[in-house]
Design a protein. Sequence first.
Length: 290
Amino acid sequence: MMAILLAAAACVAVDGEKILARDLAPAGEAFASLPADTEMGYAPSPGVRRVLHADELSRMIARRGGIPGTLSDICLQRATETLTDESLQAALRNAVGSSQATVELLDFSRYPVPHGEIQFPAGGRSRLAGSEVLWRGYIRYSSSRRFAIWARVRVWVLERRVVARVALPAGKSIRPEQLGVEEVKASAFEPRPEESVDAVVGWLPRRPLAAGTPILSGLLEAPLEIHRGDAVTVEVSSGLARLRFDALAGAGGRVGDLIPVRNPVAGKSYRARVEGAGRVSIAVAGQGGI
């Protein structure tokens, strides 16, 4: 019955992973016979109340070289606090990684949490309706323990982005006059478009892009270094030996691609690797004619 009454009453808040002698002082003056920072055991988990009875407290004091005296039962619980808008805003801005980001905090977990460091990992985000994001985080309240929290947010950044001024056909080299640059308020969690026109000019859309489309790197592919019918220089290597000759490309390709080339003098065709504009290479294992 005493334990039930104590659990219903206010408990002593323990702010740390261990219960210290000073935390138990309300149970009796006997704890003054021990150094204040003497460890008496582990603190309860957040949200859990633990009652230590007088006889247990007496044994704890004796084992640590203290002098047991008159003691009473004591209720302990982990010290907690309520999350605030200010503390969450700071943690969320830090998690976004941009001092220019605007965090709009729509809702968050209201239950008591242990004292500790607020963290919101990138992997904790899940998309809700529109631009809203549910971000699951945690309080790190000891070296290895976490307490789950959540926040519903919108996070905005002022974004400079390249957009298509006109419709861009697939596979056609992009020209400077087809592009524009604008600054917009955008979600910090959307893919970042290209910021510089120079980074886009000459590249090829993978699919048709409508006018006004922000240009993402994933929408583009690099231009061909070699086109079908181009004259190319072929460098053949076999050990330390090197040989060069001119040939015609049988297909287009980018750096690293294997394309067919034909030696018009010898009348032979080979598979060669594109090294750059007008340059291909063939590595020969062993001996053989070219």
